[in-house]
Design a protein around this ligand. Sequence first.
Ligand SMILES: C[S@@+](CC[C@H](N)C(=O)[O-])C[C@H]1O[C@@H](n2cnc3c(N)ncnc32)[C@H](O)[C@@H]1O
Length: 216
Amino acid sequence: MALYRERVLPHLVDLACGSPALGRWRAEVAAGLAGTVVEVGFGSGLNLGHYPPEVARILAVEPAATARRIAARRIAAARVPVEHVGLDGHSLGLDDASCDAALSTFTLCTLRDPMAALAELRRVLRTGGKLHALEHGLSPDPSVARWQHRLDPLQRKLADGCHLTRDPLAMLRDAGFLLERADQAYGAGPKPWTFFTLAVASSPAARGTPQGGPPG
Ligand SMILES: C[S@@+](CC[C@H](N)C(=O)[O-])C[C@H]1O[C@@H](n2cnc3c(N)ncnc32)[C@H](O)[C@@H]1O
């Protein structure tokens, strides 16, 4: 199973997630990113071609060595410098408030503890920094949701812990992000896997952090 997860799955994800139809969603979620961006679950670098010119550098977090190897040629061809800064989105080796933005695509579904990872993203984002997220998740249609619940155990086994039944918007809200954009629609393909959420959320000031400048 480790061989499948480490060596085979990253190639399958690269194929399945690299379709032109998904490319349009990727372009849409990357629009507006700027400055230093941390990308959690960087995978094989399928978002690289979609980062806008305002992005100065990308800090990539990705545990799968095979995915990092596939990403290497995309990184070499990219306009923007990419630095691998860690293996685990639950514990980022980055300073507080050191990033202008964050990107997660199809990763909140897989993270073992997405709330812990979102708390880490809030920590490393500066106040007002944006998290852009493109995720698949639980459909509001009861018949699709029923299938998602049925298929979830198998999906988790075959896709390294990927859940079909997570609710990205609820997770972002519960993590304390302020939603600025939330679009949901079915993409191309079977509905249990393609109910997509495209969200942009900002990181509010931490509790107790002064909001304005010094008085008077
Ligand atoms: C479905 S893939 C999506 C990859 C990429 N974001 C994309 O859109 O093509 C989920 C990714 O999350 C990564 N991942 C799993 N656990 C992780 C963790 N604890 N921290 C960071 N990334 C993780 C996986 O290795 C995989 O690359």
